[in-house]
Design a protein around this ligand. Sequence first.
Ligand code: B12
Ligand code: SF4
Ligand code: SF4
Length: 376
Amino acid sequence: MNYRLLKQEIIEYSREIGIDKIGFASAAPFTELKDRLLRQQELGYQSGFEEKDINKRVDPSLIFDEPRSIIAIALAYPSKMKETVKGRKGERRGIFCRASWGEDYHTILRDRLGKLEAFIAAKVPDARFRSMVDTGELSDRAVAERAGIGWSGKNSSIITPEFGSYVYLGEMITNLPFEPDHPIENRCGTCTKCLDACPTGALVQGGQLNSKRCIAFLTQTKDFMPVEFREKLGNRLYGCDTCQTVCPENKGMNFHLHEEMEPEPETVKPLLEPLLQMGNKEFKQRFGYMSGSWRGKKPIQRNAIIALAHFKEEEALPSLIDVLHNDVRPVLRGTAAWAIAKIGGEKARQALVLAISEEKDMEVKEEIERGISSMK
Ligand code: B12
Ligand code: SF4
Ligand code: SF4
């Protein structure tokens, strides 16, 4: 088999099926990554969404029999909406991060990797593959970096010279010995814009993230959000783009190459208040196709409450008071108490005083008490 020729054919085919960048890497263990992951674990900086077994994360031979190379792919997503909607007083809106715009990227990238597998299998009958996007054992970024897709930025994202960091990553381990590509030069230089702009100081130093402080992570938790971070959330409902939007390498990067990735303005910037009363069925219908819905509706609703407080949206008090009195989920009642106190005013105070006499949950009671005393 002429693998050099096959590699060329794969590159050409990848363009035909809407893969924006492709690179080839060796399947050798990611030794440097292992130390990094262990250190992150020690420091408690991991999010908990990663594969737990660090050995599997860094050694492809533990998850694939005799791996010879890895094919890495990247697909560029838009950074600006073609049409948008604007929130205003009485009609405030939240925002889903760009990586959640359009159809779930896992589906889109798996489709491309599946097509690539079929193309290679037709040429090499004994080829074996294992494709993954996000949820696999490997670090998609470490693979992409090794395959020359982009460099590892100080904001910890993979940045491509062609599309900036607004790219999704995926890869395929194979038993075929493709010649590897080379990592590309890191262009961050002396820039520190992402570190300076991060609202929570989650980027401890260039390339090192404390996930527990990262808003992208915090928007996905299901429990109470620590008060310190509620103040920083703004109107984010899912994810955070700040360390990417400030990056000079993303300037002018806005690619609309895939119809499936086009955002629906009403969905990615939804009105906040109606979210509070939304049932499961409606949530699934409206948001179920997006990657940002994977944690269910509770975190999104909690974040919507925090966003209403951020806007000091007095018009939303009746809806928030309704949540405080009637929602069955303590996290939502307690967060509503906090938001009501933030918005303030006599009506807010009265609602909190009434709620404290009814409330049975200790954590919610504390939230209400803290809210009342913050208003004095
Ligand atoms: C867990 C996870 C998260 C966590 C933790 C993120 C993080 N930075 O570690 C949270 C929930 C916070 C998160 C947020 C986001 N995520 Co995420 N996430 C993942 C996931 C599942 C694992 C990442 C991981 O293992 N991190 C651990 C760190 C330590 O390793 P790593 O970043 O993978 O690898 C790099 C470092 O180890 C570094 N490194 C290694 N050794 C050393 C040594 C030194 C000294 C230094 C400086 C660095 C360094 O180099 C590696 C290559 O860049 C991956 C998918 C996957 N399976 O890989 C997606 C993934 C990284 N996420 C992605 C995206 C899009 C995001 C968000 C932009 C979404 C959003 N808008 O909210 C944010 C970005 C936040 C940020 N600043 O990173 C994309 C990244 C695309 C890209 N261009 O880089 C991925 C690859 C998913 C995908 N398949 O497309 N994510
Ligand atoms: S995603 Fe947001 S919170 Fe997380 S590191 Fe980037 S700017 Fe900071
Ligand atoms: S903002 Fe500057 S330092 Fe941060 S990733 Fe972009 S170029 Fe690198």
